[in-house]
Structure formats: structure tokens, C-alpha cells
Design a protein around this ligand. Structure first.
Ligand SMILES: Cc1cc2nc3c(=O)[nH]c(=O)nc-3n(C[C@H](O)[C@H](O)[C@H](O)COP(=O)(O)OP(=O)(O)OC[C@H]3O[C@@H](n4cnc5c(N)ncnc54)[C@H](O)[C@@H]3O)c2cc1C
Length: 420
């Protein structure tokens, strides 16, 4: 029977980073996925390493905003009506975690991880020869109205307290940074310390290649075959059954498929999101990532083209795509930047890409031992911040698993917080 020290289940940015950190510490590690590294949620994100972000995405606080979502007019969020009863407990917990004092608490609890995000990506990308995928010119958040800009005031105050660099800009100053934008906005904030990725799939693949170069084993298999054999965990792979004393579950939005039957039932929901690439018209170009704050979409310059990504859709993970929200943001995106033809006329059937952010209502991931199951570790639920936090998560869990002093207190990310 083949044996290894650790099996990591799921080769997204989180699992690949975990596997790489473990192999760097001298353990024998197998990284098991049913597909290729980085082809799940980690494929299609906006590519921002948001080490600077303080407050998580929050439940709407203004009635008008909530009404617009309820009436299915909002570009920021959408939902499947039939899914609401199922997700209602999660939404109530999310609303509670969106109170101002709770948002501040989340910002404080996430700071140790977020503060390490950029440095950890820089370290892994340097050893993986992938620095060229990182762009160090921050990101630009745009506000079309004075009211929405005033909504950012609290975040700017807290950023000043935490020492996080940003430069509020008027429209003309922002247009100097990004001359191809149209002047449909009034204010901007340039978060200068943020880093963005020009090809998230290629970055995860580069980390996976580094893992393999250090002796890590990448295998194809179905994580749901995981079971106990005496004191070991066993998973079936295309290369045969594989045993290990320790297993890390890094299956992103698919983690419950494995964990629920094992009795580890943590309250994960998904916020689905779409993307599609467009060619810029003529000589138009974007140097950095743009968020249109009121409309909840981003323009991300990628190797494939300008990637337009949408906000949250509350729907069952595997329900058929309903990219209506994408349709709502496109006119707004086109008035902000001269987008030309869609790049994907063949890929995904010429349609939009759909992914599912794995989210806990308190916007914190789970990075901890699994309750009651010896040798099982959890690293999932990174929500809007999985690309950002993959490498920092890898370091933290590898330090915990090898008995080293963790670089930060892991308690806020423990699974036990749901046992209360
Ligand atoms: C539209 C959009 C924009 C986003 N933008 C950003 C951003 O700008 N910055 C940021 O930090 N985050 C962003 N995110 C979030 C980020 O993409 C996710 O948090 C992150 O990709 C999660 O990574 P993961 O490794 O946990 O999961 P995944 O990448 O989904 O990896 C899980 C892996 O598990 C595998 N798997 C599933 N089931 C099985 C099974 N039964 N057997 C074997 N393998 C299995 C899958 O094949 C997959 O490879 C965005 C997400 C979306 C949808």
C-alpha cells in the first residue's frame, strides 16, 4: 500500500499552497484533485491580492439597496428565489456579522493573515519563477457619487489606524493614472500596496510545479473516497489507494461533499460569481485593476483580456448558470471603459465563466483541525479572499501541523467557533 505523510485534498490556490508549504518542511505530500491544479474557483477570480482590504463584503445596510436586490435590479447581488429558504439561516448570520462593530472585529481578526498575504505570494512566486504574474501597482476603487464615496470614509479611517497605504484621488488625478477610463465617476481611492495577478490559473500551476519539483506527488482522485483504515486515512487515486496519517481538506466550495458525510457540518454557503474577457477597443488599456464600487463589478486586466467579474449570486452551488447580473453590469462597464469584442467565442460555449466563492457568514476561513477526527485538518471557506490568502494559509497550517510556532494566533480561524 502506498503511503505518504500528508494527503492534501483539492489543488486550488489554497490546497496547492498548503501542499507546497508542507513539502518545503520535509514532509512527503500528495496533492489530490479530480482535475488539474487551479482549475476550480481559483481559475476565474478577479486576481486581486487584497492584503489591504479591511472590511469584508457586507449585508446591505440601506433599505434602498436591499430593495433593489429584492426586486432583482441590483448589479451588486442577485439570488435564486427557490434557494432563499435554504440559505436563510446563513443570511441572518451574515447580516448579524455585518453590524459595524462586527465588521471592525472581523477586520482586526483577519489582519494577521491579510497583513502577510502579499509577502507570502512574493516568496512563493519568487521560488516558483512566477513573479512576472504579480503586478505591483495597487488597485483603484471608483465612486460615481458623493454618497457612495462617503460610505468609504470609515474604511479610510481604520486604514489610517492600521497604517495601510491609500491615496484618495479626484476624478482628474484618477484619469491621469488610467487615461482610458471615461469620466463617469467622481472620486477614487488608489490602494497602493495591493498586488494583482495577471493569470490566476498560471500562478497556481506555477506553485504546483514548484511543489512537484520539490518531490511532491500530484495525483488524480476523488476526495469523497476518503475513509479510515485502522489509524490511517485512505483515498483512492488513479495510481491506486494511498494512505496517510494526516489529511488536509482544501476543497473550497466542494468541502461539504466530503465533510458532511464524515459528520463535520460547518455552515458554509457559496456566493457565485461570473467572468468574461473582452478586448479593449483601439489603443485603450488598463494598467491596474478597477472596482466600480456602486455597481459591484471589477475590470481586471489579464493575459486573456480585460476580465469583467461580478459580485455575489445566492444560488445552489450546482444550479444552472443565470448570468443576469452580468447582463446588468455590462452597460455600466462599457460606459466606464471602451470594451470591445468578447474574447471567448468558443471557450465555455462562448458564455460567461461561473465560480462559487466558499463563504462562512463571519467572512473568516477555517484553518484548523477538524473537530473530533484525528489527523484531519481543514483549510477552506476563504470566500472573497481565497487567492489573497492561499499562501498565508499554507504557511499557517504547515506551521501548526509540524509543531512550529504559528506566525499568528490561529484561534479566530478555528472550526470550534461554530460549536457555540
Ligand atoms: C468571480 C470571483 C472573483 C473573485 N475574486 C477574487 C480576488 O480578486 N481575490 C481573491 O483573493 N479571491 C477572489 N475570489 C475568491 C477565490 O477565487 C476563492 O476564494 C479561491 O479560489 C478558493 O480557492 P480554493 O483553493 O479554496 O478552492 P478551489 O480553487 O475551488 O479549489 C478546490 C479544488 O477542489 C477540487 N475538488 C472538488 N471536489 C473534488 C473531489 N470530489 N475530488 C477531488 N478534487 C475535488 C476542485 O477540482 C478544485 O481544484 C473570487 C471568486 C470569484 C468566484
Amino acid at each position: 500500500m502506498a503511503r505518504t505523510d500528508v494527503i492534501v485534498l483539492g489543488a486550488g490556490i489554497v490546497g496547492t499552497s498548503v501542499a507546497l508549504h508542507l513539502v518545503k518542511r520535509g514532509l512527503s505530500v500528495a496533492l489530490v484533485d479530480r482535475g488539474g491544479a487551479g482549475e476550480g474557483t481559483s481559475y476565474g477570480n478577479t486576481g486581486i491580492i487584497e492584503g489591504n482590504t479591511l472590511f469584508p463584503a457586507a449585508f446591505p445596510s440601506r433599505f434602498a439597496e436591499l430593495l433593489s436586490i429584492a426586486l432583482k435590479r441590483s448589479p451588486v447581488a442577485d439570488y435564486h428565489l427557490g434557494f432563499l429558504p435554504q440559505v436563510a439561516p446563513w443570511l441572518l448570520a451574515f447580516r448579524s456579522a455585518s453590524r459595524p462593530e462586527r465588521l471592525l472585529e472581523t477586520a482586526q481578526l483577519m489582519r494577521p493573515l491579510m497583513g502577510r498575504a502579499v509577502a507570502e505570494h512574493e516568496a512563493l512566486s519568487a521560488e516558483a519563477g512566477a513573479q512576472h504574474y504579480l503586478r505591483h501597482n495597487g488597485w483603484l476603487k471608483l465612486y460615481r457619487s458623493d454618497r457612495s464615496f462617503s460610505g468609504a470614509a470609515r474604511e479610510l479611517d481604520v486604514a489610517a489606524e492600521f497604517g495601510i497605504a491609500n491615496v484618495p484621488l479626484d476624478r482628474d488625478a484618477a484619469l491621469k493614472l488610467e487615461p482610458s477610463l471615461q469620466p463617469v465617476f467622481r472620486h477614487a481611492v488608489h490602494w497602493t500596496g495591493a498586488v494583482s495577478v495577471t493569470n490566476p490559473l498560471a500562478l497556481t500551476r506555477a506553485y504546483a510545479a514548484r511543489f512537484a519539483a520539490l518531490g511532491g506527488l500530484a495525483l488524480t482522485g476523488d476526495a469523497r473516497t476518503l475513509h479510515r483504515v485502522a489509524s490511517q486515512w485512505r483515498v483512492d487515486t488513479a495510481a491506486g489507494p494511498l494512505d496517510a496519517g494526516e489529511v488536509v481538506v482544501a476543497l473550497g466550495p466542494w468541502a461539504p461533499d466530503l465533510l458532511d458525510p464524515l459528520g463535520v457540518k460547518l455552515p458554509l454557503a457559496v456566493k457565485r460569481g461570473y467572468h468574461r474577457h473582452f478586448r479593449p477597443q483601439g489603443n485603450a488599456a488598463l494598467a491596474r485593476l478597477i472596482l466600480d464600487a456602486e455597481n459591484g463589478y471589477c475590470l481586471a486586466p489579464m493575459e486573456q483580456g480585460i476580465r469583467v467579474t461580478t459580485g455575489a449570486e445566492f444560488a445552489a452551488r450546482d444550479a444552472a448558470p443565470t448570468p443576469v447580473q452580468f447582463d446588468r453590469v455590462m452597460p455600466r462597464a462599457r460606459e466606464l471603459f471602451p470594451l470591445g469584442d468578447a474574447v471567448e467565442t468558443q471557450a465555455f460555449g462562448g458564455k460567461t465563466w461561473l465560480g462559487a466563492r466558499p463563504c462562512f457568514a463571519d467572512s473568516r476561513p477555517v484553518i484548523s483541525r477538524a473537530p473530533r477526527l484525528a489527523g484531519l485538518w481543514l483549510a477552506y471557506g476563504h470566500g472573497h479572499w481565497g487567492l489573497t490568502l492561499g499562501p498565508a494559509t499554507g504557511r499557517l497550517i504547515a506551521e501548526m501541523m509540524t509543531g512550529a510556532t504559528p506566525f499568528c494566533d490561529p484561534k479566530p480561524y478555528g472550526a470550534e467557533r461554530f460549536a457555540r
